[in-house]
Design a protein around this ligand. Structure first.
Ligand code: NAP
Length: 283
């Protein structure tokens, strides 16, 4: 059984979070294989610009704006792509992010929005796409997760819960449907430079990218590898990521100690203060 026939001519991919950050690079990588790519995100203006860039590079792309935190939005999005393009062959659940504020300082509604964007929306989109994939006997779902939970990255309680949840979801989804031609892969990202939330944090704090950060293009390449080689799980970070993850699981106190040692906790506190001051210049 092969699931790599979800790419190329006559196939359709849906990429979430494609308006900015790492998403446009993922969309470009998929478009380079031929086939149609549907981009989504909230900002129609950004999606239009990315779609135009892809077209200029010879790609075949369109966009549908959607806010995945709104009830029913994921289902409506999947149905629209099915109707307009005859199905979703590859779904990349890339949209995500974290407000990076203290858990207790956010309302429970703010916390639940983080869960909705990073875990519930990918689950809803996968659910909505699955019937069509099973009917055609082909499909691949790639979920973008993070190392945040494994390394106890400061102030990411709900984000970490969502991203770890995505790993478990992908593992069982893959196991249950692969024999019917529908596979699933999860990418576990360390800190990423060049585009996205990690780069924005560097820009805000005036820090330089460290050797621990992987280039954003490597995420896009990993999405393609996950599909063409049908990988269960890929870790995107420099060095022995799989080993680091195992060590962190074995010694749960190591993550917080490392965060303190490399100054991650202090940096995050600085960024929280900077963002608060931007919202309230009198603060
Ligand atoms: N960058 C890193 O260092 C890093 C590390 C680990 C994991 N990750 C993961 O990698 C993925 C991409 O991250 P990134 O760094 O590229 O983030 P980013 O630059 O903040 O981009 C996030 C994307 O998600 C979309 N999005 C945000 N809220 C949305 C909503 N309510 N409904 C629909 N779309 C929404 C944004 O588009 P709009 O604003 O137009 O809606 C944007 O396209 C995320 O899942 C993130 O958790 C990133």
């Amino acid at each position: 059984m092969s699931t790599s026939d979800v790419l190329g001519k006559g196939r359709t991919a849906l990429v979430t979070g494609a308006s900015r950050g790492i998403g446009p690079l993922i969309a470009r990588q998929i478009a380079s294989q031929g086939g149609h790519v549907v981009l989504t995100g909230r900002s129609a203006a950004d999606l239009k610009a990315v779609t135009a860039d892809l077209a200029a590079a010879g790609g075949d792309a369109s966009f549908i704006p959607a806010d995945l935190t709104q009830p029913g939005a994921a289902k409506t999005l999947a149905e629209t792509v099915e109707r307009q393009h005859g199905g979703i062959d590859l779904l990349v659940n890339n949209a995500g992010g974290d407000p990076l504020r203290e858990f207790h300082a956010m309302t429970i509604e703010e916390n639940l929005r983080t869960l909705q964007l990073n875990l519930i929306a990918p689950l809803e989109l996968s659910h909505a796409a699955l019937d069509g994939m099973l009917g055609r006997g082909r499909g691949h779902i790639v979920n973008i997760s993070a190392m945040a939970g494994r390394v106890s990255f400061p102030y990411t309680e709900v984000y970490a819960a969502a991203k770890d949840g995505l790993i478990g979801f992908t593992r069982v989804l893959r196991s249950d449907y692969r024999a019917q031609g529908v596979s699933a892969s999860v990418l576990i990202l360390g800190a990423i430079r060049g585009a996205g939330q990690g780069q924005r944090m560097l820009d805000e704090s005036g820090m330089k990218a460290s050797g621990f950060m992987a280039p954003a293009e490597s995420v896009a390449r990993a999405v393609l590898k996950a599909v063409t080689k049908d990988r269960a799980e890929l870790i995107v970070m420099p060095g022995p990521g799989r080993l680091l993850r195992a060590v962190m699981d074995y010694f749960p106190a190591l993550g917080p100690a490392l965060n303190r040692a490399v100054g991650a906790t202090t940096t995050m506190q600085k960024i929280i203060k900077l963002r608060e001051a931007e919202k309230d210049p009198a603060a």
